[in-house]
Ligand binder design. Structure first.
Ligand code: BGC
Length: 911
């Protein structure tokens, strides 16, 4: 038995994070026993754990989230260990873990310092000469806009864009670094500041060179705490004694990039001045670090003689570029783009974001790397390096450190590429804030996009701490806006982002709920309960007695394809926004009620349950016929009816949804609201074949259409690119928006078939939807409770092989597909099933099926085209008949008995 993955507050050995509670978690593997019988956590100030400050003794501790209070002191490292006993009398202890507190409530000796504003970015400096033998050195630091700290010219850490992106009017984070080694013999601490989100222009109303929303001055605060071998301590803090020189970076901007001039000479030290500013607080943000390093797959000389590098992957990050052979004063210009057009470099869809880098060489060959910006790019245009080779460039993917938890592979190459694209969509848009996109003049925490993708994200990576920070951002906005959740979080102190809308604002209930469901730690609900409630109360006030919530502007089913006045650039969908607004209002009220129930808040549980019920009654009254028909007769309208159990007769709504899809030749029309539930509601209501049709459809609109056109991420619009490879519009068109990547939730939870049964996946419900069309699905998911594995193989329509691993301490309810058996209950262990399906797996077409239904199935249509070509172009009224009727009764498809039999067997063998 081994204990792995030990975390505190969902972080491994965290240093200097916000620690209002201490929630421990761990996983057990290689056990003989099935579950934990008891566990013990010991916390001590000493690495050998003697004289514990906390010792739970062997007791019933929840391995997913053991909230064990520890009396914490500031700037202190605590060591801990968990020991687990199993029901087979095994006992194992984890390696010794630690966490270290930050300054907590302690006063700062340091003062904020600033300097004269100049184009050349400031470098604050201080000589640090320890008087004695240093046993421990810590740096507590924050800088605005963004900072990079170094000792003797070497970075103190591997983080980028600290202190990260938040509402700086409400809170400023500081980071804690262990600098014991760097300061052993003393040296110079230098801190360079860039503009970042604080003083750089930001938001799509800003213009290159324009001011930042939060402030203009450069600011630094830092404390170095030196602990000496003789037990004494010294603090070196920012004050009037620090000095400033100027870096060679002459401009920086999140959107526009960076400029650096190495011909500039060193400057004389300048004095700093002290300024008042809010005291920073311990970090919530995860480190943003370099992950993948990609080399170009190609150097392209374009028809107009540009030199462009192709990374083969659309990614978010920075780069290393080897500059060589450039004379002193020579300029290198680098520009970033996501797609090429007519074989040439293209960046118009970035709108006002310049996304470039300018370098003025001093004639020395060297590697350059941006410091205070990031780009969303696949293609890089480079001017000014005469003998550039592809090898000179390395792309560095930058994103928040989020441990990988999910891995899904299938037997279908294009589907696998799509899964990769969803994973890249996450990596590219999880840079401290869950953003809409990483390239154009937005890159903001659009809440609607974030909630749509949150369940998928929780399968792919451990996002608990990441979303915890975002929810804190949200709370600071709500505090400023009377409970309202701004469309964009943080809202960048800019009046333009201070609106709200249904679905978008409902992120404040949906995200904590998903985080709780996936990670099983109820503290997220405890921490967020007031803000969730504040949002519902805000809507309640706007709604008043006259359904006022329906009347404010809502984005609705954003980017759906069914608006009656559909124009190429159309953003709004065709589903009644008042209906969507009320369904989400009801859902938010339900989540508040359910959370209150879990948290033991009986009065609030009752109040919000009653509110939710009142809203449900009103929705059913206003939008449903007694027959069960939904009056909001769109794909998304019906999906919401099914998902939220609004229809008196789900079978009626499900049939209508299928009919709507057939009427649209089997193609989806859904936008941000409907898409996450589309395949799920179909497979849950007996139409898995139709879900697979949508999933595997390779034409527009569909997920694999993007893959066929070379997409390496998920696009903002179903038609971001036209079939001929041209960009459909420049107004609002990104090739890296993750919202439609929410299909991975269905792939994990329904196609592979692993769904959460109880919070944290302690209990799972396994109901796969196999199809020979993708051969197999092989899923590994490291849940909060343990590592699950579900694999099915469907080599043909008759056979199924399944293997399932239930982790230690977990149970599963498994429905073997195409078995017609009651679900099986499993406890920890590995299981294999090999069997013959009781029914053919997937749809088997016969001559008795309607032509119209066959025509929307690509494979059936291909068979018809080969064996009964006359059927393909028959008018709509004829398509409503079966093939058999078209041959025998109507005599419009001319096949003799032998030809009809050949057609029938060709149809039957489609897999
Ligand atoms: C963003 C979206 C966002 C939307 C709001 C866009 O500009 O990129 O993804 O949700 O505006 O409607």
């Amino acid at each position: 038995m081994r204990i792995i993955c030990c975390k505190v507050n969902h972080l491994i050995n965290p240093m200097g994070y916000e620690m209002r509670r201490t929630v421990f978690s761990w996983l057990v593997e290689e056990a003989i026993g099935k579950k934990q019988s008891a566990a013990r956590i010991v916390v001590s100030l000493h690495a050998d754990l003697h004289a514990p400050v906390t010792d739970t003794g062997f007791t019933d501790l929840n391995s997913i989230a053991a909230d064990v209070p520890v009396q914490l002191m500031p700037r202190t490292r605590y060591y801990w260990q968990v020991t687990v006993r199993s029901d087979a009398n095994e006992e194992a202890s984890s390696d010794i873990q630690w966490f270290e507190t930050g300054k907590m409530g302690e006063a700062w000796t340091a003062k904020w310092i600033t300097c004269e504003k100049q184009a050349r970015h400031p470098v604050f400096r201080k000589q640090i000469m320890p008087g004695k033998n240093v046993v421990k050195a810590r740096l507590y630091i924050s800088g605005l806009g963004v900072y990079e700290a170094a000792v003797n010219g070497k970075r103190v850490d591997n983080e980028y864009l600290t202190p990260y992106c938040n509402n700086y009017n409400a809170w400023i984070q500081y980071q804690t670094y262990d600098v014991t080694e760097q300061l052993q013999n003393g040296g110079e601490l230098t801190v360079t500041l860039g503009h970042g989100w604080y003083s750089g222009r930001f938001g799509f109303f800003s213009k290159p060179g324009g001011p930042g929303d939060y402030g203009q001055e450069d600011r630094l605060i830092a404390e170095i705490h030196l602990s000496y071998a003789d037990g004494t301590e010294q603090i070196i803090a920012t004050d009037e004694s620090w000095q400033v020189t100027r870096s060679n970076i002459t401009d920086s901007s999140i959107y526009d990039g960076e400029t650096r001039d190495d011909t500039l000479t060193d400057t004389e030290p300048e004095a700093v001045s002290i300024m008042e500013a809010p005291i920073p607080v311990a970090r919530y943000s995860l480190p943003v670090t370099v992950h993948e390093q990609l080399k170009p797959i190609q150097l392209i000389r374009t028809p107009i003689d540009e030199t462009v590098l192709d990374l083969g992957q659309n990614l978010t990050g920075i780069f290393d570029l080897r500059v060589h052979g450039v004379p002193a004063g020579g300029k290198v210009h680098i520009q970033m783009g996501e797609v090429m057009q007519e074989g040439c470099f293209y960046n118009e869809n970035l709108r006002s974001a310049l996304a470039e880098y300018w370098y003025v060489s001093d004639g020395t060959d060297r590697v350059i790397r941006p410091h205070f910006t990031f780009y969303g790019f696949r293609y890089v245009k480079i001017e000014g390096i005469p003998e550039l080779t592809a090898d000179d460039f390395t792309a560095l993917a930058l994103y928040s450190d989020l441990p990988e938890t999910g891995c899904l592979v299938t037997g279908h190459a294009k589907l696998n590429r799509l899964i990769k694209n969803v994973e890249w969509g996450l990596k590219d848009n999880f840079l401290d804030v869950p953003t809409d996109c990483p390239q154009r003049d937005e890159r903001m925490g659009w809440t609607g996009d974030a909630q749509a993708f949150s369940a998928t994200a929780c399968y792919l990576r451990d996002c608990y701490a990441f979303y915890r920070k975002f929810l804190h951002d949200m709370e600071t906005e709500q505090r400023e806006h009377d409970g309202m959740v701004t469309d964009v979080v943080p809202s960048f102190a800019n009046a333009a982002y201070k609106g709200t809308a249904c679905v978008w604002g409902d992120a404040v209930t949906i995200i904590p709920w998903n985080v709780y469901q996936y990670y099983g730690d109820i503290s997220i609900l405890e921490d967020c309960f007031d803000q969730m409630k504040a949002w519902v109360d805000y809507i309640r006030r706007v709604d008043g007695d006259h359904q006022g919530w329906k009347k404010v502007f809502h984005y609705g089913d954003w980017l759906a394809l069914d608006h009656p006045n559909r124009k190429p650039d159309q953003c709004l969908g065709g589903t009644d926004v008042g209906y969507i607004a009320y369904v989400y209002y009801m859902r938010s009220a339900e989540i508040v009620a359910e959370s209150a129930g879990l948290l033991g808040k009986a009065a609030e549980a009752l109040e919000y349950r009653q509110l939710a019920q009142k809203l449900r009654d009103s929705i059913v009254h206003d939008y449903f016929a007694p027959s069960g028909l939904c009056c909001v007769d769109t794909q998304t309208g019906l999906l919401l009816a099914l998902k939220h159990h609004l229809t008196p007769d789900p079978a009626v709504a499900a049939a209508r949804l299928q009919q709507k899809l057939k009427d649209n030749d089997g193609y989806l029309q859904t936008g941000f609201v409907g898409t996450p539930f589309l395949c799920k509601e179909l497979s849950d209501h007996g139409a898995a074949d139709m879900a697979w049709n949508l999933m595997l459809n390779e034409d527009y609109p569909g997920w694999l259409y993007e893959v066929n056109l070379g997409g390496t991420t998920i696009w903002e619009r179903w038609n971001s690119m036209n079939p001929d490879g041209s960009v459909s519009s420049t107004g609002m068109n990104s090739f890296n928006h993750y919202a439609y990547g929410s299909i991975a939730e269905w792939l994990y939870g329904d196609a592979a078939g692993l769904r959460m049964g109880t919070a944290g996946f302690r209990h799972a419900v396994i109901v796969p939807n196999p199809t020979p069309r993708i051969g197999f699905a092989d899923l590994r998911y490291q849940s909060a409770a343990g590592v699950w594995q579900v694999k099915w193989d469907a080599p043909d329509k008759k056979h199924l092989h399944m293997s399932i691993t239930v982790p230690f301490g977990c149970t599963a309810e498994v429905t073997l597909p195409f078995m017609d058996q009651a679900p099986i209950m499993l406890d920890a262990g590995a299981y294999e099933y090999d069997y013959a399906a009781v029914r053919p797996i997937g749809k088997v077409w016969t001559l008795d099926d309607r032509l119209i239904d066959m025509l929307i199935d690509k494979q059936a249509k291909a068979v018809l085209a080969q064996y009964a070509p006359e059927s393909i172009d028959l008018p709509y009224s004829m398509q409503l008949n079966s093939i058999s009727a078209l041959i025998h009764d109507l005599n419009v498809v001319h096949l003799d008995a032998e030809q009809a039999a050949t057609l029938a067997s060709a149809l039957a063998t489609i897999d």
